[in-house]
Design a protein around this ligand. Structure first.
Ligand SMILES: Cc1cc2nc3c(=O)[nH]c(=O)nc-3n(C[C@H](O)[C@H](O)[C@H](O)COP(=O)(O)OP(=O)(O)OC[C@H]3O[C@@H](n4cnc5c(N)ncnc54)[C@H](O)[C@@H]3O)c2cc1C
Length: 459
């Protein structure tokens, strides 16, 4: 499309790690960042599931992950960035230093003195846990937020300073199948409330949950069909309607890599008032304790198996899409969505998904980051007609998610995908898209960077 193609692979230096932040280049992969922080005992929690992503990519997409429930999205962790604009000008932006004027615009001044006025869009963002839906906008917004999540359309991020946590928590994973969906949703609601109490009271023995993932009945069937449960030593009782994968955070002293002299504190975790013991009591009260599979802190092999079960779900769907594409129709493609609603509307969204799929006779699996109200409905297409019907269903779901106070684009962004661009327009209307275009025109008048991403040049 005539755009600039570049690689950030040599922007791979980590300059400095302190107790509170890391200063690094944009081409550092998250795996490398995590390894360096682990050595220093620090922690950067808002990573997406895909640890092969680069820091610049996660900033450009405002990536979010399973732990958004506790830690928010990438945006909340970016303190400063260096951006190269399409004109070649370099901007160093520090959070809190440049905010939009009262008339709703930024004046970006080049080193040669020329000023560019950038109008801030007037739409209001939905109040949801994560959002990857075009340009951020708010009265008197911070300039850094305009670039975060802009999907590479406004500038190239070359360096960043990210906030980090001074200590890494110990993680405990629990795979919990439920016979009834409603009981699982009630359990998630209860855990969300208890976790928030723990954060507020800072109770060292409180139950602290950073993520709850879910897999619906069709996902569990796919796991069984592919033998993933057996391969990973996980029991999924017949008739389970849903399974949760819960991440509990425990005091850092419960991690294997901490010195033995802290073992006394580690023992607290299994003492009568420890958080793990309290969590087990909750599972017992919900009637699911006997079916739970747990990976305790330090048991990386077991944790890997439980995470593999969760990761096997999208892989199972992708394989089936690929097989249908080869065997049935080359036009068959992944037909999926990534929507979010306030948590108290989650049951409605699930029902909307299920009704929308079943009324169209579609086979589909639903999974996602249920602690955020973020669910991924995925069609398992058997024909090209299924793909077309699935796209129609997704547009309908998008309208419904917006009606429920949510958003149809939570974490996977928009890119050049035609359906996602329609969802973006459903969210902000034609006027909103024109306002984004005005931002793009002001910063990148020649449309050099990522043309066609988010929206086309002409309306
Ligand atoms: C298997 C898998 C699982 C995923 N799971 C999640 C998830 O759980 N949550 C989530 O939020 N996302 C998820 N993603 C999406 C992924 O996190 C994002 O695509 C990722 O953050 C992008 O990083 P990247 O380095 O791969 O960027 P790319 O894919 O290369 O680029 C993504 C966009 O960012 C732009 N970009 C990249 N680098 C820069 C830069 N330095 N400056 C400016 N623009 C730039 C590109 O132009 C492009 O528009 C997943 C992706 C995969 C493949």
């Amino acid at each position: 499309m005539g755009e600039v193609l570049l690689t950030t692979s040599r922007l791979n230096r980590i300059f400095k790690i302190t107790e509170e932040s890391v200063h690094l280049e944009a081409g550092v992969a998250l795996t490398d960042l995590d390894a360096a922080l682990r050595n220093a005992g620090r922690y950067y929690p808002p990573t997406p599931t895909f640890m092969g992503a680069f820091v610049g990519g996660t900033i450009a997409t405002n990536a979010a992950g399973a732990a958004t429930f506790k830690y928010g999205t990438t945006r909340e962790w970016v303190q400063a960035i260096t951006v190269v604009l399409p004109t070649g000008e370099v901007l160093d932006i520090e959070r809190g230093h440049v905010t939009a004027s009262a008339d709703g615009s930024f004046d970006i001044r080049s080193s040669r003195g020329a000023a560019t006025r950038v109008p801030v869009p007037s739409y209001r963002l939905p109040r949801v846990a994560k959002l990857a839906a075009g340009y951020s906008a708010a009265p008197e917004m911070d300039l850094i937020d305009l670039f975060i999540g802009s999907e590479g359309t406004l500038g190239i991020v070359t360096e960043a300073r990210l906030r980090v946590l001074p200590v890494r928590p110990a993680l405990c994973l629990a795979f919990v199948p439920f016979a009834a969906r409603l009981s699982a949703l009630a359990f998630v609601r209860q855990l969300r409330g208890i976790a928030r109490d723990t954060w507020r009271t800072k109770d060292p023995h409180g139950i602290d949950v950073s993520a709850i993932e879910h897999m619906d009945a069709r996902c569990l069937e796919l796991l069984r069909e592919d033998g993933v449960d057996v391969a990973n030593g996980v029991t999924i009782p017949a008739g389970s309607e849903i399974a949760l994968l819960i991440t509990l955070e425990l005091p850092p002293a419960t991690t294997a890599e901490h010195a033995f002299d802290e073992i006394g504190r580690a023992r607290d975790v299994v003492a009568p008032d420890g958080s793990l013991r309290r969590f087990c009591r909750l599972l017992d009260a919900a009637g699911v304790l006997d079916d739970v599979d747990v990976a305790v802190p330090g048991d990386l092999a077991r944790a890997g198996q439980l995470l593999a079960v969760r990761e096997a779900v999208p892989a199972a769907v992708n394989q089936r899409v690929g097989r249908a594409k080869l065997a049935v129709d080359a036009r068959i493609e992944k037909t999926a969505a990534d929507m979010i609603v306030p948590f108290d509307r989650i049951e409605e969204l699930l029902t909307i998904y299920e009704t929308g799929f079943s009324s169209r006779g579609l086979d589909a699996a639903i999974w996602g980051h249920i602690s955020d109200g973020n669910l991924h409905p995925n069609v398992i297409p058997r024909s090209y007609d299924d793909v077309k019907a699935g796209k129609a269903a997704i547009l309908e779901f998008g309208r419904e998610a917006i009606r429920l106070g949510g958003a149809p684009l939570a974490e996977h962004g928009v890119g050049r995908n035609a359906v996602k661009q329609q969802l973006l327009e459903l969210l902000y209307g034609k006027k909103g898209i024109d306002e984004m275009r005005a931002v793009k025109d002001a910063i990148d008048p020649e449309w050099k960077l990522a043309p066609g991403v988010l929206f086309s040049r002409r309306s």
